[in-house]
Design a protein around this ligand. Structure first.
Ligand SMILES: Nc1ncnc2c1ncn2[C@@H]1O[C@H](COP(=O)(O)OP(=O)(O)OP(=O)(O)O)[C@@H](O)[C@H]1O
Length: 269
């Protein structure tokens, strides 16, 4: 069997602010096509790790390779533009520019390329809005006229404008009610298949975590203490994991119990 392609490789990463160590010897790989979720307590360094992966912030020590290139490589500057265009990001805060219409928000990364004419940009924006189920009549609206769910969808359209290979999602369902959150999760799953995306996500929301994650990486004690599937993570003994999954463990046990009961019901003769 061939090894899955490693898209992001983090080695021996340290992050220090003054005398505060946020990360100590963090190691993590993200493989092509997977949805990897980062979890950890408040202040454990999840958003900072995303920012390192995006190249928005440099670690104090260690390397972050993305598509095989490290910032320390001599060729990195030449590659940087390409790497940036291969990454889309949906931040929890400041999802849209409030002074720009829906259309102009999604058009922004396309215009920044300075290689596409306006007709091409119009077509691409409308395709992206359609992908996230935003009707064309909303294109000229200002963000203030949109519901919370629509703002997230437009922000997702903008994150996908350049057809990225990797999508970074910081608390994608925060602020959405359970129904909107569920439909946003379904949208992400559909787009992941359609666009062959690799996704790195941070979330506190258990439903989102369970619905989307192929693997989970847990940040605690300044390190990635474990990576694995939901089952593997739930079996790992650590106080943060115990309290994070307390409610879900109960749900899993209930589910196992009802499946067990169902299996032992005698079949009618
Ligand atoms: N630029 C900075 N300067 C100084 N300290 C910082 C900076 N950025 C982050 N920190 C600190 O680093 C730690 C980790 O922050 P980070 O936002 O990555 O945590 P988090 O796990 O995403 O937290 P939360 O779940 O609360 O969003 C925090 O203690 C934060 O105050």
């Amino acid at each position: 069997m061939t090894e899955p392609e490693c898209i992001i490789e983090i080695e021996s990463l340290h992050t220090r602010y003054g005398n505060h160590d946020v990360h100590r010897d963090v190691n993590l790989n993200v493989y092509r096509g997977e949805i990897l979720t980062l979890i950890g307590g408040s202040g454990s360094g999840k958003t900072t790790l995303l920012r390192h992966m995006l190249g928005l912030e440099q670690p104090s020590q260690g390397t972050v390779k993305i598509f095989g290139h490290s910032r320390n490589d001599a060729t990195f500057n030449r590659q940087e533009k390409i790497i940036r265009s291969h990454s889309g990001v949906l931040f929890q805060q400041g999802a849209l520019f409030s002074a720009l219409t829906v259309f102009d928000n999604v058009a922004l990364p396309l215009r920044e390329l300075h290689i596409l004419d306006e007709d091409m940009i119009r077509d691409l924006v409308m395709v992206k809005l359609n992908m996230v189920a935003i009707e064309p009549e909303h294109a000229n609206k200002m963000p203030a006229a949109l519901s919370g769910g629509m703002i997230k969808r437009v922000a997702l359209a903008r994150a996908l404008a350049l057809d990225p290979k990797v999508l970074f999602l910081d608390e994608p369902t925060a602020g959405l009610d359970p129904e909107l959150s569920e439909s946003f999760v379904e949208l992400i799953l559909a787009l992941r298949t359609e666009m062959d995306l690799t996704i790195v996500m941070v979330t506190h929301d258990l439903e989102t975590l369970v619905a989307l994650s192929d693997r989970i990486a847990v940040l605690a004690d300044q390190q990635v203490i474990v990576t694995g599937t939901l089952d593997e993570i739930c079996r790992f003994q650590h106080p943060f994991i115990t309290s994070f999954f307390k409610s879900i463990r109960h749900k899993i046990e209930q589910k196992n119990h009802s499946e067990q009961t169902w299996k032992t019901v005698p079949m009618p003769s």
